[in-house]
Structures are given as C-alpha cells and as structure tokens.
Ligand binder design. Structure first.
Ligand SMILES: [Fe+2]
Ligand SMILES: [Fe+2]
Length: 476
C-alpha cells in the first residue's frame, strides 16, 4: 500500500532538472493552503516535515513514513485526551523521532557487514525481542550477505553472541544524537526526552535504559506505537498493523494506547487519508495552534545546520563535509561580491547538498574496494534524492536544483543528469568546486588532509573543461 510519496530507488529517474525556474514549477505540488501563505512566513513544521523525508530514507522506509507516523500519533493523542501542551511536544517529537538515525548507520554496517538501510527497513516489521524463527530468519537474511559461507556463519555466531549489547549500543547512539539535535533546535525538554526514549518497551526490555511502564515518557510510547502501526500499514495493510500492535500490547506498548488505536481503527478514523497526496498540508494543519512555531532566519539556519550534522554523521568518511563545503562556497560567493541574501541561499544549499546521501547504504559509502557498476548507480542517484527532498520545502525550492547539481560537470560528464555548462548556474558551479575542494582537503579516516598546493594542482587539471575556472580562481 505504498502511498504516492513512495520513491523507487531503483527506477531511472524520468525527471529533468535544469534551471531554478523549473524547480519552482516542480515545487508547486503542494496544496493551495501552503502556496497562498505569505512568502516570508516560514513555519518550523513545514521545514522539518519536508526534511523528515531524508530521515525516512536512512531508516529504509518509503518517503513519508515520519509524516504518516505523525498523523497516526496525533490521532491517538486526541483520542486519549492528551492536553494541548503535551500534544504540541508530541507533534515535534513525531516529526523528529528519527533525527539520530544516521549516527548508528556506520556501526550497524560494521556489526552486520551488510546493507544497513535494508537491515533497518526490514527490522521494523520483525519482533526482534522474541527468540525464535522470526529473529533467526532476520539474522540469516541480513548478516554478511555477500560474504563466503564460512565467513558468514562465523559472523552470524558473533552477531548472536553480542546481540544484546550491540542493540543497546546502537539505540543509545541513535537516541542520544536524536535528542541532542532536538535540544540544539530549541525544542522543549519533553520533545528531547520523547525522542531519547523512543525504543523503550512497556515491559522494561527496550533500550537504552530499560525503563518500564509509566517511567517511559508518554510521547515516546505514542511515537513507538505510531511508527510501528505506520510501517505495518504501509507494508501489509491496516489489519496487519492492528494485529502487530495487539500482539505487542503489554510487551512493547502501553495497552491503553493500543486500545485507543484499536478504537480509532474500528471507527475508521486511524488510517483516514494517509495515502492522500496532500498529506503534507494535513500534517501542517495538525500543528497545535497555540504552539505554532514560525522560523526566523536564525531558526532556518539552525535547521540547516542540524540536518548538515545528520548528513555528516552517516559515515566517518564525510565528517564535517557539509559545513566544509558551505565554508568554501561562501568564500567563493563573497569573492564574487554576492549579496547577503544570495550568500545565505548558497550557504544553505551547500549545507544540504548531500542530503540525498542519507539514502545510500554505508556498505557502499564505506566499501574498501572499487564499487561495482550497480553500487555506483546507487551513488549517482544521491543528488536526485537531494533534489526530491529539497524541492518539497517551499523555502528551499529556489536552490534545490542547484544543490542537486553539485556533481554535474561543465563538459556534461557529471551526474545525475549529465547537464552541460549552459545549464549550470553560477551557484551550481560554485557548489561543484566547493564540494571537490572539501573532499580533497579534509582529513579522512583513510588518509591525512592533502596539502593545499596539491589540492589546487589536482583541481586545476579539471578546469576549465569540468570545473569552473573562475570559481576555482576565486577560491585560490
Ligand atoms: Fe554528493
Ligand atoms: Fe558532497
């Protein structure tokens, strides 16, 4: 029952994106309500609900998972009569519940020696707390899947031996990062706590602290139930979703919350309109009015920085890459005498240029050897995902195509569209130069930072046929 927002990662993308003005047209998919608002008023919910699509990619979920979980969770909250103030906290916690998702991807890849995104996605429909066929089948189909048989068996034994400690560690990394990001964004302590305890279970067998029953923040309990309901609904339909919640009632979930979900299902209100195209507008309308947050320039910057942190946390290979590209891009823009407003757009585009990388498995990003053609095809798709995510944010639609053009080259030999010079704006050219500069000049786990003279010498070999020589000169 994949909704209209589902994105097939394997399908060659039919879209062509060339200019910023075309992007503006593409961004008009959103409802009239969103479009008709004053351009200068940006709501926090609008930014984080659209950017939550990137978190869905990292979690191996079809895009829209967080937004649909938010709708389900808010319906449950209303049904149990949660006070308005707590509903506001819950609303942001539901949208940002996976903010820490990228921080344990690398560790998970090294534990399983297999595709972390597939492992995360499939884990969502498994009751991994029960020892039995389900957990065994999961382990056999997700651990060291491309290794030779003896190595695979050995890895399975290792995973089984350390499963509990590893699970706790993985959840701890994720929930600490997620709650810290919520605090940095200025959300309330209740929002941060709800994100922190998302994986606690009613019977005390969850992680990271093993909290039981009412020790678990109510927001975490609702979010955990809502995300499970959404995953089963999306994969197997409403009956399977209710069945999964019932089976885990009293073990994973507070029985009263499960009962509320069952009642909503019986009243045909739980799944209402979840598959509608204008779901985003409906989510925005659910934001409790009294606590409706409007983003000023500093808040928008903070959100961009927070997502840059989420992107860079995916792998140690890209540590501080997004902020590094932003610094280099702003230097070039300043050298060109760009106006403050333009510089701001350039900086935000740079901070978010690799947001589509959240959809690439760490098995590919951290592969020690050469990538296969299939793996490289996945890598080549990441700017497309950047475009797909950013164009949904009205405030970012203007630069989404340029941010997604950072691997394009003047001679048309770049990706994902193979655009040539006449289709590459100055902003796109600056981003391409800044991206290569940071990739070469930053320290990486496998090598020291290259000396600047060497970086520029290497880049000069790519100008003027691939990289813009004026941008390079400005940076030098
Ligand atoms: Fe990239
Ligand atoms: Fe990059």
């Amino acid at each position: 029952m994949a909704g209209p927002m589902t994105l097939d990662l394997c399908v060659e993308n039919p879209l062509t994106v060339a200019t910023s003005s075309q992007t503006e047209q593409a961004a008009t998919v959103f409802s009239a309500e969103v479009r008709s608002r004053e351009a200068k008023e940006i709501r926090v919910s609008e930014l984080i609900s659209a950017l939550s699509y990137a978190l869905d990619l990292t979690e191996g979920r079809p895009m829209g998972h967080s937004v649909r979980s938010c709708v389900i969770g808010m319906r449950i909250a209303e049904a149990i009569g949660l006070p308005a103030e707590a509903q506001a906290d819950l609303y942001y916690a539901l949208l940002m519940k996976d903010a820490g998702c990228s921080s344990n991807s690398s560790r998970l890849y090294h534990i399983l020696n297999a595709d972390d995104i597939r492992a995360k996605g499939d884990l969502k429909t498994k009751d991994w707390t029960k020892v039995g066929w389900e957990s065994l089948h999961y382990a056999v189909t997700h651990v060291a899947t491309s290794s030779p048989f003896p190595e695979r068996v050995w890895r399975l034994v290792q995973v089984a031996a350390t499963q509990q400690a590893d699970s706790c560690e993985l959840v701890k990394i994720r929930c600490e990062r997620g709650s810290s990001i919520a605090r940095k964004l200025g959300f309330s302590e209740a929002v941060a706590r709800s994100i922190h305890s998302l994986d606690e279970h009613w019977n005390g067998k969850g992680y990271p602290e093993g909290l039981t029953q009412h020790e678990i923040p109510l927001g975490s309990g609702i979010a955990n139930l809502s995300q499970t309901l959404e995953v089963f609904w999306e994969a197997h339909g409403p009956e399977a979703a209710i069945e999964a919640a019932r089976k885990r009632s009293g073990r994973w979930f507070n029985p009263e919350l499960v009962q509320a979900a069952v009642s909503l299902d019986q009243a045909h209100r739980l799944w209402l309109d979840l598959d509608k195209e204008d779901l985003m507008a409906r989510v925005l309308a659910l934001e409790p009015e009294r606590r409706r947050l409007t983003a000023d320039e500093a808040t928008v910057d903070n959100i961009c920085l927070a997502f840059a942190e989420i992107i860079d946390a995916k792998t140690p290979f890209t540590y501080r890459h997004s902020t590094g590209v932003a610094e280099a891009a702003v230097k070039i823009g300043t050298e060109f005498g760009m106006e403050r407003k333009e510089l701001k757009k350039l900086e935000r585009a740079a901070l978010l240029h690799d947001i589509g990388k959240l959809g690439v498995s760490n098995a590919i990003l951290e592969k020690p050897g050469k990538l296969t053609a299939e793996e490289f095809a996945v890598v080549r798709q990441h700017p497309y995902h950047t475009y797909e995510i950013l164009r949904r944010v009205p405030a970012f639609a203007d630069f989404s195509a340029d941010a997604a053009a950072h691997h394009e080259r003047l001679n048309g030999k770049g990706y994902w569209q193979g655009l040539r010079a006449d289709h590459l704006s100055m902003r796109a050219r600056i981003l391409a130069v800044a991206d290569v500069f940071d990739a070469l000049s930053a320290k990486r786990p496998y090598r020291e930072a290259l000396p600047l003279e060497k970086v520029f010498a290497m880049m000069r070999e790519d100008a003027p046929h691939a990289l813009d020589p004026e941008c390079l000169e400005a940076l030098e």
